[in-house]
Ligand binder design. Structure first.
Ligand code: TMP
Ligand code: ZN
Length: 409
């Protein structure tokens, strides 16, 4: 069995958990496949729960890390130009706020070095990345990267070899970890006493208010809001002292934590807590209607796409992000509905999307072919992509935007 069903909350260990969203059974979204391997594809439940005690929103069905993050892990952050820009300015913030020459920065889940590449030269950097092929891409950029999962033991080894870190970052990875206690302990071990832990994750408030149900997939075990995170760090003698909303992946939060210091917190922390309270994120009621909202999006998308196909129109998809696969599989789309999906990631091209088995092709095809309709799966880059594809749109292609509401542009 490569998944387990938990019965306890990942943060507070309480058992008063309410299921509010069920998306069916899905294959892991970054396991792009090919004809020879379709038979071996496995599916696991994708159900989302709310903890009444600490208010963490989470998955309880946990697929093993080995099955999710492996040799052929298909996500290379630097494939998306706007994301590279984001990490460039993130690195500037870290330099300005915390870093001095020769300080050590350790990035957990460093992917292809998207953040650290902007810090080399300013300070010492070290990446930790479990997917060997992705770690190799970072090394090619000259970023020292350890293959493996971050643990207390690894943190001790790093301290022995490089000393303690002034800054530890974990972006789009802190929500991916089942044993959060181990990670927070390891971060504590690794940080200097005045060190800072900075972590970006997609934000529950954006997920709920913009109906970003497709950001639910097995890699994302937690859907964070500020309140449960404060509770988590508190348990380890740490404190959240600043929170910023950032405009990536459909809306994220950057959370700053440190060992308890007695120093004042940025007013942003109290403001965000209040915002979450007002939005209903601290009780189950707000979540109870979410399934209906999500089912409605599916209904609209399915009737649009199948309707166009019936009229003889060509429909394709744009971008094969992880979340796109949740959307495709939830809607039950296959290559009979969407002829192909274009993606800029070289490692995805030539493969089939997991579950839906739609061929991934190079975006170059759109210089010679003009589909009638293109389902924008990478909707988080909407403005960037609509602008980039102006010529295609002038030739008559229309984009179907699925999130936050179905729209044709
Ligand atoms: P992300 O939202 O997780 O960064 O994934 C975006 C995916 O979309 C990634 O596979 C790259 C792809 N993509 C394109 O194909 N074209 C584009 O213009 C952009 C920005 C992304
Ligand atoms: Zn809890």
């Amino acid at each position: 069995m490569s998944f387990v069903h938990k019965t306890q909350c990942r943060i507070c260990k309480g058992e008063d958990l309410v299921r509010f969203l069920s998306l069916g059974e899905h294959p892991p979204v970054d396991n792009f496949t090919d004809k020879a391997h379709i038979e071996n594809e496995k599916r696991y439940p994708l159900d989302v729960y709310f903890c009444r005690q600490c208010n963490l929103v989470q998955l309880l069905d946990v697929v093993t890390q080995e099955e999710l993050f492996h040799q052929n892990y298909a996500y290379f952050s630097s494939a998306s130009a706007p994301l590279v820009e984001h990490f460039k300015s993130y690195a500037e913030d870290l330099k300005k706020d915390f870093l001095q020459k020769n300080d050590l920065v350790v990035d957990i889940g460093s992917n292809d070095g998207i953040l650290l590449q902007f810090l080399t030269g300013t300070c010492r950097v070290l990446g930790i990345e479990p997917s060997a092929n992705v770690a190799e891409a970072a090394r090619k950029k000259g970023i020292e990267t350890i293959d493996g999962f971050f643990t207390v033991e690894m943190a001790k080894n790093i301290v022995a070899k490089y000393g303690k870190a002034k800054v530890v970052t974990a972006n789009n990875v802190f929500a991916h970890i089942d044993d959060i206690d181990e990670i927070v302990s390891a971060v504590q071990t690794l940080l200097t006493d005045d060190g800072v832990f900075v972590s970006e994750s997609h934000y529950l408030l954006d997920l709920i208010s913009k109906r970003e149900f497709d950001t639910v997939y097995h890699e994302h075990l937690c859907y964070y809001s500020v309140k449960p995170l404060m509770y988590l760090f508190e348990r380890f003698g740490m404190e959240v002292f600043d929170v910023r909303r950032v405009d990536v992946h459909g809306g994220s939060i950057r959370v700053y934590a440190r060992k308890k210091s007695g120093k004042p917190h940025n007013p942003s922390v109290a403001m965000m807590l209040q915002l979450e309270e007002e939005a209903g994120l601290h009780g189950p009621l707000r979540f109870s209607g979410f399934q209906k909202e999500v089912d409605a999006i599916r209904g609209e998308l399915v009737s649009l796409v199948r309707g166009f196909s019936k009229e003889g129109k060509t429909v394709t998809a744009y971008g094969a992000p992880a979340k796109g696969n949740t959307l495709l599989n939830f809607c039950g789309f296959t290559a009979a509905d969407l002829k192909y999906v274009t993606d800029t990631t070289p490692q995805k091209i030539g493969l089939l999307t997991p579950g839906s088995h739609i061929p991934v092709v190079s975006p170059l095809i759109l210089t010679t072919e003009t589909p009638d309709y293109i389902l924008l799966l990478a909707w988080n880059y909407r403005e960037f992509i609509l602008k980039k594809e102006e010529a295609l749109r002038e030739r008559g292609a229309k984009f179907i935007i699925p999130i936050p509401e179905v729209e044709i542009v």
